[in-house]
Design a protein around this ligand. Structure first.
Ligand SMILES: Nc1ncnc2c1ncn2[C@@H]1O[C@H](COP(=O)(O)OP(=O)(O)OP(=O)(O)O)[C@@H](O)[C@H]1O
Ligand SMILES: [Mg+2]
Length: 239
């Protein structure tokens, strides 16, 4: 169910709202690069995280899920940020029930999920925030959730909290094929990025890419990036 819209939320889903923009093109490049990263190792479940807060994890997860769905993949976007869930807000969805109802009450995640704004996209919001997110996300029930979902979807994209703030994303990274680390241009210090990478490496997570987010494109250069692609992308990509 959709709740009331706000302008800010819709602009964040730029790949849906402005598919011909330079930013949407950058998300499609990310999609292509993920295909290259998956040549030797199937990567159907992807966790999106960052060293610290507000680097753009939720925005990246949402737009990546949209561009994968636009390319014909059946995609589930799941909000595993049980501290500060945001996916329902970005998609203007009701969050009365979601992932936590699946984990605590054993309810079918697909029945609780919402159709996304583009074909092939399904969105599982967080559900009510629990008192013990790390315990819940490290449980056997979560571990068994991903194989079940991958029977029904081509890809599962997971939004999570920051690596250096809480253990949730590191716990989850062990269960997931690949991790995308989002870092904010001009904000993330190299040592902090390195620390986040080490935390993930300790858990044997597979970092498949780093997104440098919030890069400013000078307005005089914008026309080079805009509208330089085919109208429709026909091919279905798999990785
Ligand atoms: N590429 C971008 N360009 C400009 N603004 C952006 C970009 N990506 C994200 N933002 C903005 O930055 C803010 C934080 O983004 P977002 O909520 O995606 O980050 P987050 O890492 O998920 O944050 P949190 O740690 O709170 O979960 C939002 O206002 C979002 O609209
Ligand atoms: Mg977020």
């Amino acid at each position: 169910m959709r709740s009331k819209n706000s302008h800010k939320e819709n602009v964040a889903l730029i790949t849906q709202r402005h598919p011909r923009s330079a930013v949407a093109e950058a998300y499609r490049t990310l999609r292509t690069n993920l295909g290259f990263a998956s040549v030797d190792h199937a990567c159907r479940s992807i966790l999106v995280t960052s060293p610290g807060p507000e680097h753009g994890k939720s925005t990246t997860a949402a737009n990546l899920a949209i561009v994968l769905a636009q390319a014909g993949q059946k995609v589930l976007l799941a909000d595993c940020d049980l501290r500060k869930p945001d996916i329902h807000r970005l998609f203007s969805l009701d969050n009365a029930a979601g992932l936590t109802n699946t984990l605590i009450q054993g309810r079918d995640p697909v029945e609780l999920a919402h159709p996304g704004p583009v074909k092939n996209l399904t969105v599982l919001t967080s559900g009510p925030v629990p008192p013990n997110p790390a315990e819940l996300l490290g449980s056997d029930r979560v571990r068994s959730l991903w194989p079940q979902l991958l029977e029904r979807f081509d890809s599962v994209i997971i939004d999570t909290p920051p690596v250096l703030a809480v253990t949730d994303s590191v716990l989850l990274s062990r269960q997931i094929d690949g991790v995308i680390l989002v870092v904010s241009a001009g904000v993330s210090r190299v040592e902090v990025i390195q620390q986040a990478k080490e935390q993930l490496a300790k858990a044997s997570a597979r970092i498949i890419g780093v997104v440098l987010n919030k890069v400013k494109i000078p307005s005089r250069d914008y026309h080079y990036y805009y509208d330089y692609h085919r109208d429709e992308e026909q091919e279905k990509i798999r990785f």
